[in-house]
Ligand binder design. Structure first.
Ligand code: TMP
Length: 210
């Protein structure tokens, strides 16, 4: 990673795969170990990003797939430039919910845009920045749906997509992980949260070891 002395972890996975629970557990562990942790997310990790998040997740009616991809990329460009890169340059551990792999999986595999073009767009937006570690919480979309249903919250635009869309997103993620095994850790999100957390900690500890 060339973004500074810090360490950058992103969490990826379908809606309902348990990213927030794992981010909470990892944040406590990192903080207890003495690290300064910056917790952030895409879309919406900056003030501009909050406005973009409102459009991409809550606009009523269609957004053309390329427009959607550009909105996520715009959020990313501003977030990396104003939040992530400065934190990495300060030496923080950045713990981030979703990054460019979400765009490749959702706008690429999900919306069926060209995956390479979507990735290139994000890399341009973020001036090539890539995380040190990306944790993929892999879960069967049917199991994820059951979790989302029991959460009893209204679905956002992406969550409301059909089962086939979420199946393509999952396959897209697994293809990304297979292509970059050094950057990715794939965990079975059907496991118990503490089992998953232990697996993530083992990998992070090895990477953070001096
Ligand atoms: P979340 O913050 O609740 O995970 O919701 C973000 C939603 O936006 C989720 O359904 C995934 C989607 N998304 C994309 O489609 N492309 C992206 O680049 C990102 C960051 C998120």
């Amino acid at each position: 990673m060339t973004e500074g002395p810090g360490f950058w972890i992103t969490l990826e996975g379908g809606d309902g795969s348990g990213k927030t629970t794992q981010a909470d557990l990892l944040e406590s562990w990192l903080t207890d170990a003495g690290h300064t942790v910056l917790r952030t997310r895409e879309p919406g990790g900056s003030e501009v990003g909050q406005l973009i998040r409102e459009i991409v997740l809550h606009h009523r009616g269609d957004i053309a797939p390329r427009a959607e991809a550009l909105l996520y990329a715009a959020d990313r460009a501003h977030h990396v430039a104003t939040v992530v890169r400065p934190a990495l340059q300060r030496g923080d551990v950045v713990l981030q919910d979703r990054y460019l792999d979400s765009s490749v999986a959702y706008q690429g595999a999900g919306r069926v845009l060209d995956a390479t073009e979507v990735r290139e767009l994000s890399l341009w937006a973020a001036e090539g920045a890539l995380p040190d570690l990306t944790v993929l919480l892999d879960l069967d979309p049917a199991a994820a749906r059951t979790r989302l249903d029991s959460a009893d919250k209204p679905f956002d635009r992406l969550e409301a997509e059909k089962a086939e869309f979420h199946g393509r997103v999952r396959d897209g993620y697994l293809a990304l992980a297979a292509a970059e095994p050094d950057r990715f850790l794939v965990v079975d999100a059907a496991d118990a949260p503490d089992v998953i957390a232990a697996g993530i900690r083992t990998r992070v500890a090895a990477l953070l070891a001096p």
